[in-house]
Write a protein of this length. Sequence first.
Length: 414
Amino acid sequence: MRRHPRGRFAALFMSVVVVSAVVAGVDAGTARALSPSEAAPPARPASLPASLPGHPAALPARVDGGTWQSGHLQGMAIDRRKGRMYFSFTNLLVKTDLAGKPLGSVTGFTGHLGDLDFNEEDGRVYGSLEYKSAKAFYIAVFDGDRITRMNMDAASTDVVSTVHLQEVVKDYTADMNGDGVFDGDTANTPDHRYGCSGIDGVAFGPSFDREGGTKLTVAYGVYGHTGRQDNDNQVLLQYDVRRWKQYERPLTEDAPHTSGPSSPDGKYFAYTGNTTYGVQNLEYDTDSGNWLMAVYKGTKPGLPNYSLFVLDGSKRPVPGTVPGQRPSERGQLLTLLPRGLHDTASGVYGWESAGQYGLISLGGGRHYVAEAGTVQVDGVTQQTGRAVLHRWTGLTPNPFAPVTPPPVRPVPRR
């Protein structure tokens, strides 16, 4: 989701908020993490066990991400081994335990912090981070162990480093009509290759070609321009982050760096039809081997405009013509899982479901699906978010069903 940040570097990093009807955005210039005493108290799940091992059955039915004066919920990540949850609220990262107790937060972002995922190999949290006015797109890497208190500043503390993605910059700034003018952060232009508006969804999983081990997959944001056809694809980049230590730099918003790989290890295309800002949340499901792509629905007539697409993990990418490109372009094409709702005219499969504000695959057919909302606190609109446990049914139109905790039975009296 896009935003209109203001702050100490606002003159350099001004961009536009686009807010869904479900969640109203808040001026990020006033955003800060509330202290645990200021935040609305999280509801402790009734079924929360005394210990929290990694097995899915031990996970709580709900994890409350709190109430914050910030942007809306963008994504979530879980560290199962340590029992920690991470919530991205656009310009704020919140760390909680699995009872929803705030343990720390990272503030000071004037850019757009999006989807999150936890890297099991190095124990860190990775998230998409945009500064579109500066033409700078990063993966933010958080060391969760260093997030030990509330309101830790992203720029002046050592809790976050960043890696620049040059491939995204090239597509975002592409002069497609050849007039020599970069039209900036707007959908109403033929510029931006593939309709690229930046990045959002991120997830760790196997390389699509099955030859490169675990990769970080980064999905483009895509402008929902209804007058062009070259933006009907989801564009996904894959990177081997094991080589990224050489690129990591501190976050310096007043002097954005360009340290990062010059190109991805792979670039792939999945035809879904029109969406509004591309893949908001991307998740790899280890049980099925499939990839889940939660989006804001598109608006083009004649297309199904589903809100969830699933990539078939059993199919390797195939070389082919990328739909809608002028001039014609060849690329590596991914296949949608032939399940769910099916639009025969376009050939697109998908579902209608939540997940755009956060999605985590837990194994065993279980997923945390985010719920986002707003509340009024002393006349000020504040953002809420929580992870709610669901099971995958595959049914249409919504393939997720909430997992209800077992009832608490009274202890019989002796």
